[in-house]
Design a protein around this ligand. Structure first.
Ligand code: T46
Length: 137
């Protein structure tokens, strides 16, 4: 399963680090929404859904967490453990976020505004959705 990650170059000097992200260069869409997740307990699993259209880049800007990805055929686990690593998650991908460190702050750049109708929150429905798309193609 092909996973796209980004290694962002920090602008470091004796004052500290700065990471700047520009659309198309550092992530492949225009950002319409930004949100961040923090104070998630380590035994909590978030996500459990896929998106029909939404594309996102996830960056754990502080602490660490794990991301489980599932395209309906294969799965993989990605560690987000540095503020210079971005994970691109396209539409049609089931995701779960887990193993949050107590200090984790997960920043998300999103290609669309919040739309609950874009979510597929049932795993069997996700598998049916993927199959239907593949048989149309
Ligand atoms: C995703 C993963 C990585 C809003 O009102 N606006 C928003 O933009 C978002 C993202 C959420 N919400 C509300 C909806 C729920 O009442 O915030 C609450 C928590 O959202 P949710 O349970 O969907 O959170 P996660 O952590 O399971 O999933 C989120 C995103 O929703 C999702 O798109 O890919 O982070």
């Amino acid at each position: 399963m092909e996973i796209r990650t980004f290694d962002y170059e920090p602008h470091g000097d004796n004052r500290g680090q700065l990471v700047a992200l520009e659309e198309q260069k550092d992530f492949p869409f225009a950002v319409k929404r930004v949100y961040y997740i923090y104070d998630t307990l380590s035994d909590v699993v978030r996500g459990h859904h896929a998106h029909k259209c939404l594309k996102q880049v996830l960056i754990c800007v502080h602490g660490s967490c794990m991301i489980h990805l599932d395209n309906g055929h294969e799965t993989c686990e990605v560690a987000l453990d540095k503020p210079t690593k971005g994970l691109y998650i396209e539409n049609d991908m089931w995701r779960e976020m887990y193993d949050f460190s107590p200090d984790a702050v997960l920043l998300v750049l999103a290609s669309e505004l919040y739309d609950e109708t874009d979510y597929i929150r049932d795993y069997d429905e996700f598998l049916k959705f993927i199959k239907a798309k593949e048989s149309e193609a």
